[in-house]
Design a protein around this ligand. Sequence first.
Ligand SMILES: *Cc1c(COP(=O)(O)O)cnc(C)c1O
Length: 382
Amino acid sequence: MERCTKAVIYKDNLEYNLNQIRKYVKKDVKLCVAVKADGYGHNAVLTAQIAEKVGAEFVAVATVEEGVELREGGIKCGILLLSLCTPEEMAALFEYQITPLVFTEEYIRLIGTAAKQAGAVDFKVHLAVDTGMGRIGCYPEEAGEQAKFIEKCGLKLGGMCTHFAVSDSLAEEHIEFTRGQFDAFKQAVANVKACGIEPGICSCGASAALLNDEDMQFDMVRPGIITYGYYPDEITKEYLKSTGRDFDIKPVLALETKVVAIRHFPAGKSVSYGRTWVAPEDTDIAVLPIGYADGLLRRFSPGLEVTINGKNYPVRGRICMDQCMVEIGKNNPDVKLWDTAVIFGPKESGALNTAEDLAKLGNTISYEVLTALSKRVRREIL
Ligand SMILES: *Cc1c(COP(=O)(O)O)cnc(C)c1O
């Protein structure tokens, strides 16, 4: 017994995208594929398996548990932990060989002590540098001291990284800011070298920067969203083409459900909570068993259209927790009970929408649309 509402993962597209990334990035540059948040909702183990297949040196997670899940799923490549963890989680870093990002003496000391307890020698950590993201990382001018402290605590500096705040924007001031971040990062790397310490694998470019600036590929790139077939904001396929660069990717995930009822609505009858939509004329309404608890955000309606047999139909009224209603028009011969309705997905799924289209509707980004899909939505790997 399986629920009809599901996310279908087009594995070939995932592999296609990762091959495209490998081909696009300079030969000697390493790949660290972001598979955090269960591979942006696409299944982290599957994504990491394909990443390993195309030669990725690392995959990146947000939590220690995500890293453990990958190791238990047989992933052998490096695992980079992009967010901070608490002291209670640190023992697992050594047991499962997860490489943490570090900064601040206190955090480094705690990891150093935990490493000694675990008998881990020369355990590698990557030093995070805050060059303008305002999230985690030391200031560039502190990098040398922090690197020295890492060594003093018996750890080894395996790499350095920073993260850009506006690299997905083409606004002049943003391009300038990103340039400034990159220069600050290079300065931080130089500071570490000046202390006589090898900085290791240096990375700064996520999807946007690695696509838009070859220099920012540095020693390693950290692509996330492009792995799953979506371009980062303004760094679109068309923009890249206009600058003489070719980069083609395909959406990987299709969100599907089925028509579970078709009902005749007389003119004047309202649909759903709040009675925000009233039938202006006699029409038919199809009921779909998908709602905001599945990740179909409430704010997608009005505006959302779903594809049934190659045609789009509008969602009417508010999206409920578990259901929503679609107007298919009176006695529509093209829509039958149990037909598949595709919310978004790649062409192969029959969808006319992508997660990007939904993101625009909901005033958000494809990342949020994809990661909003909840546990209740079964993943089917195709
Ligand atoms: C999520 C994340 C990435 C990947 O970002 P995309 O925009 O999805 O390519 C890279 N680096 C860090 C530190 C991240 O948090």
